[in-house]
Design a protein around this ligand. Structure first.
Ligand code: IMO
Ligand code: MG
Length: 428
């Protein structure tokens, strides 16, 4: 197969963007299939970190076509800003960006409603990124959403937008007691964005099916992670899209039988941003060490990330849900200074030991991690580029993960730069 799906196995921020970007030099296409600007994919371009929210992480690689698939929700205003920002960093965005006409638009009223709803929830808020993701997918499912293809004719868009914005203002004012949004003002800024985005609108499923039938190399870049999946994640503390490999077909129009190998990305430890259960979460100085060494702060919202030890119960679950055969372990170097490294091998729930990941957040909240502790390698791995350069104990840690997860480790990442990877087997 000439195509690979990159999927997060935890609660997001596993390094999917970095790995996608590193592999993109071998790719013809890099395709986002779900999520939106809630993603924060940090890659290093010309030695500077740059964060992509909607642009696929192959956009900095010349000759790669980047597709925003129909399963993605696109904020037209945010995308224009992002294009301008990456151009300033010397990245060219032109014919290399294709936006599918079926992708639904995140509009200003989606963000306003989400902010009002999170505030209403107070202490039980989801802790979303406030990028309008949930309300936009809700509109899509309710058949009141506006696909970006409407921008091809601004008059058609205007009519649909006015109807929907008026209805959303009713919700904002009557349900949430907020001020209504100014419809004419929104239309003006959206018209300018439409001009900018129109040249990128495209019928991408056809292009991708054709590319795959010609064995071109395609990378499907997942956003968020399996434990944030709307169906298989820790509901309701999840995002609103199908983040697992199952989302690829529905989010791109590529038939399931054409989808290739699924590569899971897992950090050598676990982080989570926002609310929801997290069995291995740490509150002691080890959490601070991980947060500092790993720069664990949200790249979309700047929030400090919750940090904890690697959770094999959750990782095996992600392997099963996605059909993962190969894993890439990232941020291995963050653990360099630990003398001992615990790994969660099972949970204890109501006094009973289990290796099965609970299907409800309520049960997961009661799960106490059962740890096995492994010796740390106590050495700097950040310069390693070959297997021989990795300390034996670091290799043992990787072998342990591989055996416990029942999958091969394809590569390990030891730093932010695209070349800070030790590849054990060729991925694409
Ligand atoms: P990448 O692609 C980590 C989390 C939010 C919140 C929940 C719902 O960088 O891995 P949403 O705005 O999606 O409705 O928020 O999901 N979340 C992420 N956490 N990485 C992400 O993306 C995330 N995208 C959303 O923090 O808990
Ligand atoms: Mg991120």
């Amino acid at each position: 197969m000439s195509n690979v799906v990159i999927v997060g196995t935890q609660w997001g921020d596993e390094g999917k963007g970095k790995i996608t970007n590193a592999l993109a030099t071998c790719a013809d296409f890099v395709v986002r299939f779900q999520g939106g600007a809630n993603a924060g994919h940090t890659v290093t371009v010309n030695r500077e970190p740059i964060v992509f929210h909607l642009l696929p992480s192959g956009i900095s690689v010349p000759g790669v076509s980047c597709v925003i698939g129909p399963g993605v929700v696109v904020d037209p205003l945010g995308l224009v800003e992002e294009i301008d920002r990456v151009r300033e960093a010397g990245i060219s965005v032109g014919e290399n960006l294709l936006i599918d006409v079926g992708a639904h638009m995140v509009l200003p009223y989606h963000k306003a409603i989400e902010a009002a709803e999170e505030e209403r929830l107070g202490g039980s808020a989801i802790g979303t990124t406030l990028r309008g993701i949930g309300p936009t997918y809700a509109d899509h499912t309710s058949r009141t959403g506006l696909p970006i293809g409407l921008l091809a004719s601004f008059d058609a868009f205007r009519a649909a937008f006015e109807t929907e914005a008026t209805r959303k203002n009713e919700i904002l004012t009557r349900l949430y007691g907020r001020d209504p949004l100014d419809v004419a003002e929104m239309l003006e800024i959206l018209e300018a964005a439409a001009e900018r985005l129109r040249p990128h609108l495209s019928d991408t499923p056809d292009i991708l099916r054709e590319a795959l039938s010609q064995n071109r190399n395609v990378l499907f870049e997942g956003a968020q992670g399996t434990l944030l999946d709307i169906a298989f994640g820790t509901y309701p503390y999840v995002t609103s899209s199908f983040t697992s490999a199952a989302g690829v077909s529905a989010g791109t129009g590529v038939p399931p039988r054409m989808v290739g190998d699924i590569v899971g990305i897992a950090k050598a430890y676990v982080t989570r941003v926002g609310s929801g259960p997290f069995p291995t979460e740490l509150f002691d100085k080890d959490a601070e060490i991980i947060r500092d060494r790993g720069a664990e702060r949200g790249s979309t919202t700047g929030r400090p990330r919750r940090c904890g030890w690697l959770d094999m119960v959750a990782l095996r679950y992600a392997v099963a849900v996605n059909g993962i055969r190969r894993l890439v372990i990232t941020k291995m170097d963050v653990l360099d200074t630990f003398h001992r490294i615990p790994i969660c091998v099972a949970y204890e729930i109501d006094g009973k030991r289990t290796e099965t990941f609970p299907r409800t957040s309520e049960e997961l909240r009661r799960a106490k991690p059962v740890y096995e502790t492994f010796p740390g390698w106590d050495a700097d791995t950040s310069g390693a580029r070959t297997e021989a350069a990795l300390p034996d104990k670091a290799m043992d840690y990787l072998r342990t993960i591989s055996e416990m997860a029942g999958v091969e480790i394809a590569a390990v990442s030891v730093g932010a730069a695209a070349d800070a990877v030790v590849e054990f087997t060729r991925i694409l």
